[in-house]
Each structure stands twice: as C-alpha cells, then as structure tokens.
Design a protein around this ligand. Structure first.
Ligand SMILES: [Zn+2]
Length: 443
C-alpha cells in the first residue's frame, strides 16, 4: 500500500480516500456541496442573506465553481459584529460544541459545531496525521492548548480517531513535556514551532538528547514559520517537522497539511474551497500568483462560512504533488497581512527577517524586532541571540557576524536596520505563539 500511495512510512488511513479523488469527481463534489452550503447560509443566516440580496445574488446563481466570485466576502469583524451566535445556521439544540478565540481587542469570535461538524473535523485531522506519516501505534503528545482554543481538542479527537495513543498534556510545563516524551516514548509532538524551540533548548539542560528518543515527527502550526526554521529544527531533534494549517473561523486545525514531500500544504478541498485574491483589488489572481487566501466551507452545518478572508498570504500551486494527492496545495504560509509592519514606507513581514537571520550560521532561532520612533523617523532594531560558542568568541568575530546579519536583512527588505547580538537565553520564550515584533512607536 505504501508504495502505491507514495506516502511517508506507509501510513494510509481509509479516511484519507478523498485526498486522492479524481479531479473531475472532486470538482463535482465541491460544486454540489457549495450549492447546498450557499442555500443553507442564505436561508438561515441574516448577514449572508442581506449581503447576497444587496448584490442581487441568490443561491440559484451558483451554477459553476467559478460563480463563487458572485458571492460577498466575509471578514473577521463580521464575526465580532454578530457576537455571540449571529452567524449560526443551526438551532442551539443541534449545536454540540462552542469554541472561541480571544482577539487582541474586544469581544472574542465564537464558532459552533454540530455533531456532523465534529465528525468532519476529526476526519480532516485524521487525514492530517496520516499525511504526516502517523498511524495506529503512534504516540501523539498534544501540547496545543485545550479549552476554548480549537488547537487542543481539534488535534485530540483527530489523533484518537486515527487510532493513535494520545497524551493530552496541553501547553506549557516544559520539563514535564520532555519527561513524558522520554518516559512514554512519544513519537509525534503537536505544538507551535516556537514552543518546540523552547523544548529543543530545555532538553539538553535536563540531560536529554531528543535525537535519541523515539520522536519522529513534529506537527507544527498555529503561527507562521519559515522553511529556514524547519531546516534548523529537523536535525536538532532528528525529526520531520510538518507544517499544518487551520483557523477557528473555518474549523480549527485540519484545513490543510504538509505531506511527506514537505513542499506546501494540501488543502482538504472536499470540505474547504480555496481562492487566492489580490487583497487590494479583491479580484482573484492567476493560479500560482501570490495573494490573500480566501476560504469557503463546503460542508460546515452550524456555521457555514462564505469567502472568508484569512489575511494569510500564499499562492496556489499549479503542479500536482508527487505524493499522489489530487487536492491542491498552497505555499507554506509565512506571512499574515496582520503581521506586516510599515517602516519608512516599506512593507515588512517578520518572516522576511527570520529568513534573513537563519540563512546565516551562528545565530540561534530566537529573535525580536523592536520598532521605535525618535519623533522624526521610524527605526528598526533586530535583537538576535547567538550560539554560546559564538558568544564566547572574540569581539572581532562577533562584529563580523553582526555585519553579516545586518547585510543579510538589508538584502531582503532593502532597509538598513540596527542589529544587536544578544546573549543566549535573553529573548523571552513562548509556550504558545511567539511575539516577534515589539512596536514602541506612538500610534
Ligand atoms: Zn503531497
């Protein structure tokens, strides 16, 4: 079986079948589901109905997949404005689970699931784990936060449905995470990539070599990270670091995943329909071009979502994947338009700085970007930790590295930045999503 599916470790779960649907069949299924979903959203959700009425669009106008372009976009503030239950398409008697995400300001956004939605959610997480080479017999340590955040329970039920053994440890308590990884023989760890950096750092202090443990896979998501970061992480723990993608507004984790090829992420297109648009003009871009990812749910009952603007910047791949999956891939998401900052008129993403830093030997993958303004001009200072070996080196060697890093950043973002090398262990570590940018400018 493994040879036929060209999959990592031979893991193939029957639930993964839709990953390999013939394209024509997949498109037919998507169109059918889109029509049903749009009708449901129009009939049950006041906001969708009024937006469609404004445009003179009815569910009958959806005759092809391309007709999705007739439909209005949905944005995050729509979820806030209808807080708490305004976008639900099911009566509460059919809603069996609520999750909420805390925004940085104001009311959280609330999402809902019917029993059928939970079944779909577990199935896309099974397909995620299977694509990452996991199967029955694997021991999955789930360090995503349990609770209102979708990460913990999303991964949990998927791992159980896969038939793996789940360790529901939730986030934090790094020493205990490492102890259990060793004592329980964890083969896969679910967490944010930045939390794994903390684990990588702490394990040797406890006298534990992660490379000697059975750990073989990291299922890393919930924050943007770069290919350079993956290349740093993998050899340090002798694992494959898989990128997974999801967002609460659509379902939680399980929207898409890397496969054994580790080149982009497959979107579970039978449930989530992807489009890429130009965020300025809101027009669709050509396949392969960069833009903002827009997702529509195709099967969600309790809370269907029409053309949700994710703010994530990516591109759809035009070529098929050697793994054999027919569901399309998007490029790794290392940029979110929300993370972008503007410095002296230039748009900069933290991931561009990460890329530039990690391209240079001698840096540790811990950095922080500090934005200041002296009253006349914006300034960027990048703090980056160096390895203990480099830190103990001569002043001259440090200065050479500093210049090299500053030049590497300038090459990518075309702005001169201040760069400061700091001692190992000075930048705050994160147990969840890392805070890469500190903006001290007066707004
Ligand atoms: Zn693939």
């Amino acid at each position: 079986m493994s040879e036929f599916w060209h999959d990592a470790g031979g893991a193939f779960h029957p639930v993964s079948g839709p990953d390999y649907l013939p394209v024509k069949q997949l498109r037919d299924l998507q169109l059918h589901r889109l029509q049903v979903m749009v009708r449901r959203a129009y009939e049950k959700v006041a906001l969708f109905r009024s937006r469609m009425d404004e445009r003179g669009v009815t569910p009958e106008h959806i005759k092809t997949l391309a007709d999705i372009a007739l439909l209005p976009y949905t944005v995050k503030t729509d979820l806030r404005d209808t807080y708490p239950f305004g976008l639900f398409a099911s009566p509460m008697s059919e809603v069996v689970r609520l999750h909420a995400s805390s925004g940085t300001t104001g009311k959280p956004i609330v999402v809902a699931y019917t029993q059928e939605d939970l079944r779909v959610w577990a199935s896309v997480m099974v397909r995620t784990f299977a694509a990452c080479g996991l199967e029955r017999g694997d021991i999955i340590q789930n360090a995503y936060g349990y609770g209102l955040f979708t990460g913990g329970l999303g991964a949990h039920y998927g791992a159980e449905a896969l038939g793996a053994t789940v360790i529901p440890i939730s986030g934090g308590n790094t020493d205990r995470q490492i102890m259990l990884m060793k004592d329980f023989g964890t083969t896969a760890l679910c967490c944010t990539p930045s939390y794994f950096l903390r684990i990588l750092e702490r394990a040797p202090e406890m006298g534990i070599d992660l490379r000697a443990l059975p750990l073989k896979a990291g299922i890393f998501g919930a924050e943007p990270w770069t290919e350079e970061m993956r290349k740093r992480i993998e050899p340090e723990a002798d694992i494959k670091a898989y990128d997974i993608y999801g967002l609460s507004e659509i379902i939680g984790p399980g929207v898409g995943t890397a496969c054994c090829e580790q080149n982009g992420l497959h979107i579970f297109e039978d449930h989530f329909y992807p489009e890429i648009i130009n965020p300025q003009t809101l027009e669709p871009v050509e396949d392969g071009q960069e833009g903002e990812l827009v997702l529509s749910t195709l099967s969600k009952q309790a809370m269907p979502m029409i053309r949700y603007r994710t703010r994530d910047i990516t591109a759809l791949y035009t070529e098929s994947c050697p793994c054999g999956r027919t569901i399309r891939r998007i490029r790794r998401i290392s940029r979110r338009s929300d993370d972008m900052f503007i410095i002296r008129g230039v748009n900069v993403y933290p991931s561009q700085i990460e890329e530039a830093l990690l391209a240079v030997e001698g840096t540790a993958p811990h950095y922080q970007i500090v934005l200041t303004n002296d009253g006349t001009m914006d300034d960027v200072e990048v703090l980056v930790e160096v390895t203990p070996e480099i830190f103990g080196d001569t002043v001259g060697a440090m200065e050479t590295l500093r210049r090299k890093l500053a030049a590497s950043i300038e090459r990518i973002i075309n702005i001169r930045v201040k760069l400061r090398l700091v001692e190992p262990n000075t930048i705050q570590r994160s147990e969840g999503k890392a805070k890469r940018v500190v903006d001290m400018r007066n707004k």
